[in-house]
Design a protein around this ligand. Structure first.
Ligand code: SAM
Length: 318
C-alpha cells in the first residue's frame, strides 16, 4: 500500500502499520527504486513486514506494481526523504534492518553534504534499530563506500560483520547497470551495538486544536498588493508565497512553504470572515499537513502580516 506522510503516526508502530502480522520484524529499505530488491528478497522472508521509502513518485508506482505481482501484501511504500521517515515515523528500537542498495553517490567535489550515509544518518539509524538490528549497504561506488563506513565508525554504534551481499541486491536495476559496466560491488553489514537517544519530530497529536488566531480586520481590508514574505527562526523558515481570494466568500488563502529540519511542507492558511465581524486565521487541513512548530509558525506569520495591515488580534492559539 502507498502511504502519505499524513497516514502515519509520529512515531508509528509495526503493530498499527501491519495489523495482519503485528509481531513481525520490520525491514526498512531506503531508495527502493523500481522495487526489485524486495520483490526478490521478500518471498525468502515471509514473516517480515516491509517499509520502503523513496523520493521518486514514478519509482513508487513501479515498485507497487512489482510487489503486488510478487504477492507481497505486508509491504508499505511511501514518498518522502528517508531522514523524515526515520526521525518522525519510525519509533526508537523498532527496526530489524535498514537496507540501502546503490545509494546516490554525489561524486562531485563539494557535494558530499547531499549524501545520505553520513554520521547523522548512522546515529539516527542506530537509535531506530532494535537490539541486534543491522544496516545493509550495497554499492558499486568504492569512494562512497569508504566514506559511509568511516561515518558509521564515527558514531561508535556499530560493529562490522563479514557477509556477502544478498543475491537480490545484485539484481536491482542499478546493480545490473553497474555490473554490465564491469564495476565491483561492495557490501557492508553493520550490527548496532549502542542505541543513541535521538528525538523524533515535534508533531501535534491528533485531536488537539488546529493552530489558529482570531483577528479583526480593518474596514476595506484587501491583500491585493501581497508580496512574498519570509519569517525565520532557528527551528524553521516560513515563506508566504502567495495569497488567493475566494471566488464568492469573504475569505483568503495564503500559500506557505515551511522548511524544518528533515521536513518541508506546503500548506494553506485561511482567513475567513465570521458572522460577528471578526476573522478566523487557521491552518487548513487541505493536503494533510503535519502540525509541527513550523506550521504553527506559518499561522503566526499570516497573523503578523495581517497585524501589519491594521488587524487587531484578540486570540492566538498556535
Ligand atoms: C541509484 S538509485 C538506486 C535504486 C535501487 N535501490 C536500485 O538499486 O536499483 C537511488 C535511489 O535512491 C532514492 N533516494 C535518494 N535519496 C533518497 C532519500 N533521501 N530518501 C529516499 N530515497 C532516496 C532515489 O530517488 C533513487 O531512486
Amino acid at each position: 500500500m502507498i502511504l502519505r506522510l499524513s497516514d502515519f503516526r509520529f512515531p508509528d508502530s509495526g503493530a498499527r502499520l501491519f495489523p495482519e502480522n503485528p509481531d513481525g520484524d520490520v525491514v526498512l529499505e531506503i531508495g527502493f527504486g523500481d522495487g526489485r530488491f524486495w520483490a526478490e528478497q521478500g518471498p525468502l522472508e515471509p514473516g517480515v513486514n516491509y517499509l520502503g521509502v523513496e523520493l521518486s513518485g514514478v519509482s513508487l508506482l513501479k515498485a507497487q506494481r512489482r510487489l503486488r505481482a510478487a504477492g507481497l501484501g505486508n509491504a508499505h511504500l511511501t514518498k518522502m526523504p528517508a531522514m523524515t521517515l526515520l526521525r518522525g515515523v519510525v519509533a526508537p528500537r523498532s527496526l530489524s534492518r535498514i537496507v540501502v542498495n546503490f545509494p546516490d553517490p554525489w561524486p562531485k567535489a563539494g557535494h558530499e553534504e547531499h549524501r545520505l550515509l553520513r554520521e547523522e544518518f548512522f546515529e539516527l539509524a542506530a537509535s531506530r534499530l532494535r537490539e541486534g538490528g543491522e544496516v545493509w549497504i550495497t554499492t558499486d561506488h568504492e569512494e562512497y563506500f569508504g566514506f559511509a563506513l568511516e561515518h558509521a565508525a564515527r558514531t561508535q554504534a556499530f560493529e562490522a560483520l563479514e557477509a556477502s551481499p544478498p543475491a537480490a541486491a545484485l539484481r536491482t536495476k542499478y546493480a545490473l547497470k553497474w555490473q554490465e559496466l564491469g564495476l565491483m560491488v561492495n557490501h557492508a553489514r553493520l550490527r548496532v551495538t549502542r542505541h543513541p537517544n535521538v528525538s523524533g519530530l515535534d508533531v501535534q497529536n491528533e485531536g488537539e486544536n488546529v493552530p489558529h488566531a482570531i483577528v479583526t480586520l480593518p474596514p476595506d481590508f484587501h491583500l491585493g498588493d501581497f508580496e512574498k514574505t519570509v519569517a525565520r527562526t532557528p527551528a524553521f523558515t516560513v515563506v508566504l508565497l502567495d495569497a488567493f481570494r475566494h471566488a464568492t466568500r469573504d475569505q483568503w488563502a495564503l500559500l506557505a512553504h515551511v522548511e524544518e529540519r528533515d521536513l518541508t511542507q506546503e500548506a494553506l492558511v485561511s482567513v475567513t470572515r465570521r458572522e460577528d465581524g471578526s476573522s478566523l486565521v487557521r491552518l487548513e487541513r487541505f493536503g494533510g499537513p503535519i502540525v509541527t512548530p513550523g506550521l504553527k509558525g506559518a499561522v503566526e506569520a499570516v497573523t503578523t502580516l495581517l497585524e501589519g495591515r491594521g488587524a487587531t488580534v484578540s486570540h492566538r492559539a498556535y
